[in-house]
Design a protein around this ligand. Structure first.
Ligand SMILES: [Zn+2]
Ligand SMILES: [Zn+2]
Length: 139
């Protein structure tokens, strides 16, 4: 088991281990969510994740039209995880909240249409997409 948590620790997740489904996202919503030039999420089946604490929920319209729900700590403000109504069985966990530099690297880099020019997501086999990974527009 590994943990993810917010800055103050009031919101924490217990995860079954490392996920191999790690995605770097350069969309503007992820930039604003994180305050960083891009976000990195590790995806887990929702039933494998145990949530403790009482996060607040922020709902926004996702790029595909379905809602995306970000869950953040009301005390320190860190977003720890999110859910997309489009993929209700999955939870996205902010990789920074896991705080493990040896965590697996992204397998995909999405929404590169709004990527900062100096950011390079490298690694063996990483897939690059201008929009979402579902679109047929990889370069
Ligand atoms: Zn907190
Ligand atoms: Zn994004």
């Amino acid at each position: 088991m590994i943990d993810a948590r917010c800055s103050c620790g009031a919101v924490a997740l217990s995860l079954p281990g490392q996920s191999s489904l790690v995605v770097a996202c350069h969309c503007i919503d992820c930039q604003r969510r994180t305050g960083a030039p891009f976000g990195v999420g590790a995806f887990y089946p929702a039933e494998t994740v145990t949530i403790s604490g009482t996060p607040r929920e922020f709902v926004r319209d996702g790029g595909s039209g379905a809602k995306v729900r970000s869950f953040f700590c009301p005390d320190c403000g860190s977003t720890v995880y999110w859910k997309a109504d489009k993929h209700p069985t999955m939870i996205g966990v902010a990789v920074g909240a896991i705080a493990d530099p040896s965590y697996p690297a992204p397998i995909a880099s999405v929404f590169e249409q709004s990527k900062h020019g100096w950011v390079e997501i490298n690694g063996a086999g990483v897939a690059h997409f201008q929009q979402s990974g579902a679109a047929k527009n990889s370069k």
